[in-house]
Design a protein around this ligand. Structure first.
Ligand SMILES: [Fe+2]
Length: 475
């Protein structure tokens, strides 16, 4: 203990007592040596059982316990359980990517800190410092992992986790309100464990927003390779493309976007649409997509897909036009990234007048954002601006009608309504595709351009009340 009784990672006279539990003796020796250099008294134990015996012999001596998870005789979680039955001594768990489930159990049992393996001395000293510094003395301390905010992370569904031989980013697990780093950039990913995580309700892994781009870039590469492969099943291709589109959208919504991301986004969506062709597999893929991921991203990807489907169904055969449809759908709501998420989650009828005004401003914001991107066709910004205009002149921002509205904005309007019913804010309002098409026909008939509803109905093979000329060419 230093003269003032506070642990100081920079000093070498920290005379606190540490119990270090680790079965790898080389690793244990290394950590012990580094801690002793700072003046700590380190007692070593080769597994949980030995540690338990030491604790029983010399109770209340240790200021902190540092333990590995997987060990013979008695593992770290069992040791923690034992320790917590009698004491509140700070307990630091050293855990790896393959030990996420154990880490979660340890969190529930009251572990104080988590450190990803391989443990770095600096990080360990900081964790010890947090354990041994009274909360009142912590104000000047640098911000720690467990105080990072939710919006500083991007979540990745375990099921969608595309692994390579090594991780491109540090990986975090959310334990209660804390984000715990469980794997370092460069670690290898044990794919077989991923399935087990899901079975144990570890559904999401997290990466820091600033590192998310590495993950996105990796996915773009993977999806390019996969979409061109002849041997990969269509279902698997769709999943990858869908996930890539989702994370690209997430990036755009969070950070804005540059040329690379923006080109990739449209290409991935177009690949997806090409892959799906004219059959209906896309519906089941989109239905699966509904679970978990951020609603706004799912909505954007889905609107993109259905806009492209409508474009195809009404006979817009050129790839350029279909590309435009997919990009317009993907970015139609990009202006919402500047709005308070609370407004976005509320039902429209519950919004105050100011909130409605703010919500409706997303069309102007969207156009402004998209105008800054010369690599996107100009229409994409215009469509974002007009996608809430109604065919009968009752929409916003300008209440223009009929042919005054950009044709692609009329397409997106239909896709947007449809997707809103398929994946609504409240699950109980959710409609099946056929029911959604019919509801649009019944309730929004004047507001939408009927030729594009017919296109949607044709693409989905849903009969409308009054059968119409589906094949009509419009552009
Ligand atoms: Fe919108």
């Amino acid at each position: 203990m230093t003269s003032n009784g506070v642990f100081d990672p920079k000093r070498d006279d920290n005379q606190f007592n540490v119990l270090l539990v680790e079965d790898d003796h080389v690793f244990r020796g290394l950590i012990a040596k580094n801690l002793r250099r700072r003046g700590l008294n380190v007692r070593e134990a080769e597994n949980g059982l030995v540690a338990k015996t030491i604790l029983e012999l010399v109770d209340n001596v240790f200021h902190v316990v540092i333990s590995d998870v997987r060990m013979p005789e008695m593992d770290g979680v069992a040791l923690l359980k034992h320790v917590r039955s009698t004491s509140k001594v700070p307990f630091i768990v050293m855990t790896g990517f393959s030990e996420l489930i154990e880490a979660r159990n340890a969190f529930e049992l009251g572990a104080t800190e988590f450190l990803p393996k391989p443990v770095k001395t600096e990080a360990l000293l900081e964790a010890i410092s947090r354990c041994l510094t009274p909360p009142s003395a912590r104000e000047e301390a640098p911000r720690q992992t467990d105080t990072l905010r939710v919006d500083e992370f991007c979540q990745i569904h375990v099921d969608e986790f595309i692994s390579t031989t090594s991780l491109r980013s540090d990986i975090y697990l959310k334990l209660g309100e804390k984000f715990v780093k469980v794997a370092h950039k460069g670690d290898s990913v044990p794919i077989d464990r991923l399935k087990k995580y899901q079975a144990s309700s570890v559904d999401y892994l997290y990466v820091r927003v600033e590192e998310f781009r590495n993950y996105v870039n990796l996915n773009i590469q993977v999806s390019n390779v996969i979409s061109q492969s002849n041997v990969i099943a269509k279902e698997a291709k769709l999943r990858v493309l869908k996930h890539t589109a989702e994370i690209i959208t997430e990036t755009c919504f969070r950070d804005g976007f540059d040329k690379v991301i923006c080109d990739s986004a449209s290409r991935v969506v177009l690949d997806t649409v090409r892959l799906v062709g004219d059959d209906r597999d896309i519906l089941s893929v989109l239905a699966n997509m509904h679970s978990g991921a951020n609603r706004l991203y799912v909505h954007s990807v889905a609107v993109s897909v259905f806009s492209t489907m409508i474009a195809k169904a009404v006979g817009w055969a050129s790839m350029t036009t279909q590309f435009k449809a997919s990009a317009c759908g993907l970015f139609h709501d990009i202006g919402k990234r500047e709005l308070d998420p609370e407004i976005l989650d509320k039902k429209r009828i519950l919004l105050s007048l100011e909130e409605v005004k703010a919500l409706e401003s997303h069309v102007v914001r969207g156009r402004n954002i998209l105008r800054q991107l010369p690599s996107l066709p100009e229409d994409v910004g215009e469509v974002a601006y007009q996608h809430h205009e109604n065919f009968n002149g009752t929409g916003y921002p300008h209440a223009i009608k009929g042919d005054q509205i950009h044709p692609m904005a009329r397409v997106v309007r239909v896709a947007d309504l449809f997707v809103g019913m398929l994946f609504p804010v409240n699950d109980e309002d959710r409609l099946e595709p056929a029911a959604a098409v019919k509801k649009i026909e019944k309730i929004y008939e004047g507001e939408i351009d009927p030729q594009f509803l017919r296109g949607l109905a044709k693409a989905l093979n849903v009969p409308l009340e009054v059968p119409r000329d589906f094949g009509k060419r419009v552009g």
